[in-house]
Design a protein around this ligand. Sequence first.
Ligand SMILES: *Cc1c(COP(=O)(O)O)cnc(C)c1O
Ligand SMILES: [Zn+2]
Length: 431
Amino acid sequence: MSASFVKGMKCRVCGTTYPVSPNNFCTDDFGPLEIDYDYHSITEAISRSKIEMRTWNMWRYREFMPLDNDPTVGLHSGGTPLIKANRLGKALGIEDLYLKNDAVNFPTLSFKDRVVAVALSKAKEFGLKTVGCASTGNLANSVAANAASAGLESYIFVPADLEKAKILGTSVYGAKVLGVQGTYDEVNRLCTQVAFKHGWGFVNINLRPFYAEGSKTMGFEIAEQLGWKTPDQVVSPMAGGALIGKVHKAFQEAYKCGLLEKEPTTRFFGAQASGCNPITDAVKNNRDQHKPVKKPNTICKSLAIGDPADGYFASRLIRDSGGWGEDVTDDEICEGMLMLAEYEGVFAETAGGTTLAVARKLLQQGKLSPHGKTVLLITGNGLKTQDAITSHVEPPTHIAATLDAFEAVRESLGDFTPLAKTQFKTQLVGV
Ligand SMILES: *Cc1c(COP(=O)(O)O)cnc(C)c1O
Ligand SMILES: [Zn+2]
């Protein structure tokens, strides 16, 4: 790549500018820092046809990423399918429904592969040799895998009660994994101390301004996959609250830099679990500032951040865009997972179940419209959260290896799918 389009960093609260460095907050007011781009130069450098000639991965939008040189980490991330979900749409009563499926992102099967690709490419530009993160699971997997392939040392801090598959999917890459006795917010506080004491690159702490930009690529891809048009509605899961805002930012930047004809008017809807709902609670009660949830309690551990860093910006965006926020119970989350699986063949993790269940709830409330293009962001893979739905799914029927044995049990295999055994199905519109 020829040149960087980054002018510097800027405080999101007071607008003070800073030179690019591994730092995430304004020294005046502790406001979060964000990358400041030269959009005029980006507009001159890119076009739809130039982007369309590039490989189908997240780096086809590289001018919008905060790197000085070509990326060096996570070169194959992004480029995930946008699925037209006809069966699911019909069942829910949503006309034109799509799933943006980051459950199949490379290399670790969640949308976090996008943010880590940017954060670790930037860490290498800064000359950092040791990286880390505070994680609810998926970030741990992605930092560990990408650090391994980049030859970086990694320290991964997670709440000790995380799903087994997410711990194993971190340790296997040779990362140093610390299971901390405490909530995610306590893990995050510890990591802030470690990052600044040792001068290491923690992707979602001192590298957060770079990290968060990676989420924009999910938005650029959606717009391109819809024929350089933005959807009318997006339903996004929220943990720290960055993803939802960055998809919005991508739509705005794509328009500003000439990739879209029509100014985006997408309404943004945020999804959380009722057991950890600081942002949706703020939205529903018309507050900008969220009240931190002290003791998150939900099967959706990937979204269980009680004091989200971007909570304020997420709740503002949701209301300003004409969207809304909702949260759902653990049972509804399981049912959402089963519904994605049974209607679209997509096995998403608990966050995907949350997003679907929230979309359905918002539709019933009349907040989400059944008309217009609606995109659900599916951000993680169900194989990592098997415990959540194991009890809903029947074990296989064991038989001898004979035709007679099969015929003997065929009738008794039953008509009922896992979803049919839940409360969910009876309340559906179509089918
Ligand atoms: C991290 C994560 C999110 C939310 O990301 P934020 O940008 O922190 O809001 C959503 N889904 C999954 C599966 C995640 O791991
Ligand atoms: Zn400031």
